[in-house]
Design a binder for this molecule. Structure first.
Ligand code: COA
Length: 188
C-alpha cells in the first residue's frame, strides 16, 4: 500500500515542495537558571520541523524512527531567535531521512550562529499505524544532490550497525536452560 491509499506508483516530489522553516524566540521556561537553552528544547523543535517536512512529502502521518548525529555547536541563550530548517534528503520505501539545521540569532546584535545539525528518520504510517510507501524525492540543486548521496551512505551505515548489534546481542544472549537446570530449580 502507498501513502495515497492506492497500489499505483507514487508521483515524485521535489525536495523544495516539503522544505520547512520554523522560528521561535527562546523564553525563560526553555532554559536553565543561567539562561542557557536546554538541548531538549532544541531537540523538540528539530523533531517537529523534521516531522512537518516528512508529512508534507508523504502527505500522511509519520513517526520518528531515529535521530542521528545531533550536535550542539554553540550555546543558545534566552531571547535568541531559533530558526530550524528541515529538508527531506532521501527516501527509502517507507522511511525518509530529513536533514535539519538549527541557527540562533541574537536579535539585538544580529549575530547568528549555526548551533545544531541532525538527521532524523521519519516513517510514514496509515491510519491504522501500518507503514506505507512514500513518493520518490527529486533533488533539484547541487546541494540537494550532495545531501542525497550522503543520506544513502548513512542509510547503509545504519543498516550495517543494526545488523552488527543484532549479531552481538545473539552472541551474548544467555544460554537456553537445559532440562537438568529446570529439575534443579524445581527442587529448590
Ligand atoms: C518506526 C516504526 C514505525 C518502524 O516500524 P517497523 O515495524 O520497525 O517497520 P519496518 O521494520 O518495516 O521499517 C520501516 C522503515 O523504517 C526504517 N526503520 C525502522 N527502524 C529504524 C531505525 N531505528 N533507524 C532507522 N530506520 C529505521 C526501516 O529501515 C524501514 O525503512 P524503508 O521502508 O524505507 O526501507 C516503529 O518502530 C515505531 O512505531 N516506533 C516508535 C515510533 C515513535 O513512537 N516515535 C516517537 C518517539 S517516542
Amino acid at each position: 500500500m502507498t501513502s495515497d491509499g492506492s497500489n499505483e506508483p507514487l508521483q515524485s516530489r521535489a525536495v523544495g515542495e516539503s522544505q520547512v522553516v520554523m522560528a521561535r524566540q527562546m523564553m525563560p521556561n526553555d532554559a536553565n537558571p543561567w539562561g542557557a537553552v536546554h538541548g531538549g528544547t532544541i531537540m523538540k523543535m528539530v523533531d517537529e520541523a523534521a516531522g512537518s517536512a516528512a508529512i508534507r512529502h508523504s502527505r500522511c502521518r509519520v513517526a520518528t524512527a531515529a535521530v542521528d548525529y545531533m550536535s550542539f555547536l554553540h550555546p543558545v541563550q534566552v531571547g535568541d531567535l531559533v530558526t530550524v530548517m528541515a529538508s527531506v534528503n532521501d527516501v527509502g520505501r517507507t522511511s525518509m531521512e530529513v536533514g535539519v539545521r538549527v541557527e540562533a540569532e541574537n536579535m539585538l546584535t544580529g549575530t547568528r550562529h549555526h548551533t545544531s545539525s541532525a538527521y532524523v528518520v521519519m516513517v510514514a504510517l496509515d491510519e491504522q499505524g501500518n507503514t506505507v510507501a512514500v513518493p520518490p524525492v527529486i533533488p533539484e540543486t547541487p546541494d540537494q544532490e550532495r545531501r542525497m548521496a550522503a543520506a544513502k551512505v548513512r542509510r547503509t551505515q545504519r543498516k550495517t550497525l543494526q545488523a552488527m548489534l543484532k549479531r552481538s546481542d545473539e552472541d551474548h544472549a544467555p544460554p537456553a536452560p537445559v532440562a537438568s537446570d529446570l529439575v534443579q530449580a524445581r527442587q529448590k
